[in-house]
Design a binder for this molecule. Structure first.
Ligand SMILES: Cc1ncc(COP(=O)(O)O)c(C=O)c1O
Length: 262
């Protein structure tokens, strides 16, 4: 927030930020940042791809101008997502995609657009995707997003101290579970994260390794890549224990060599 107060000025047109970082798992203070953006007449655009699947989100309480999220990160299909926008902006905006269903009237030299939301939904819609996303929303709502958040918070609080106790393991982002979701990026000293990921895979644990499409953040962290574990509603404390054990085994394997790795 201290940095944001310096960066957001009268010259700022748009403030764009992830609600939850896909690398650090940190939950950003969107309501506070929106207030700051609006004090400077800037438009607030939030990427909620890593937040909506994991917690209750109230766009009116956040007061952001735009909020986007993806279906495939919330047990839904690929190729579909949601863009929420305040009517005052959507009414002013011109479409950038053109096709069927969006047309009000076609003239030889120009066309007029239907009202919202059709003007932004050019072409025959992804009907199957929308039905699939609706089923995913029903599924998550039935479980309760507050329950999913509590479950992930419990797993993060359970696993973080165990990971922090591994010598040579660096966890990026806040060290307190309360400030995060279940996304945990880490590195083992002297071992490339792609090697870590391969070794964990051999133990039946899928993590992602790489720059996570967030090179500026990795430059800031001064690392070329990280490994990243992501907990979701289907993970258990036993899974967390297996991750910790497999990381210890990986460390042993690369540092001293062992036959234990399967
Ligand atoms: C925070 C965040 N935003 C956006 C994306 C991209 O979403 P999509 O694949 O739906 O474009 C991802 C992951 O791929 C993400 O983690």
């Amino acid at each position: 927030m201290e940095d944001a107060k310096k960066q957001i000025t009268e010259k700022t047109a748009i403030v764009s930020i992830a609600h939850v970082s896909n690398v650090l798992g940190v939950i950003n203070p969107i309501a506070e940042l929106t207030k700051l953006a609006h004090q400077h007449q800037a438009v607030m655009v939030v990427d909620g791809a890593q937040a909506v699947p994991h917690m209750t989100v109230d766009v009116q309480a956040l007061d952001c101008d735009f909020y986007a999220f993806s279906g495939h990160k919330m047990c839904g299909p690929t190729g579909i997502g949601v863009l929420y926008g305040k009517r005052q902006w959507l009414d002013q905006m011109e479409p950038v995609e053109f096709g069927g269903e969006m047309i009000d009237f076609v003239h030889l030299q120009e066309s007029t657009w239907k009202e919202l939301p059709w003007k932004f939904e050019a072409g025959t819609p992804n009907i199957a995707g929308a039905i699939g996303l609706g089923a995913a929303v029903d599924y998550l709502t039935e479980i309760g997003l507050e329950n999913i958040h509590a479950h992930e918070a419990d797993l993060a609080a359970y696993v973080l101290p165990k990971l922090q106790a591994i010598e040579g393991l660096t966890i990026y982002g806040p060290q307190e579970a309360a400030k995060r979701t279940g996304v945990i990026a880490f590195n083992l000293a002297g071992i490339h994260p792609h090697d870590v990921a391969t070794a964990l895979d051999m133990e039946g644990i899928a993590v992602r390794a790489g720059h996570h499409c967030a090179q500026p953040l990795l430059t800031y962290l001064q690392v070329p890549a990280t490994a990243r574990a992501s907990f979701y509603l289907y993970n258990t404390r036993e899974d967390a224990d297996r991750l910790v054990d497999a990381i210890k085994l990986t460390k042993e394997f690369f540092q001293h060599g062992t036959n234990e790795i399967r």
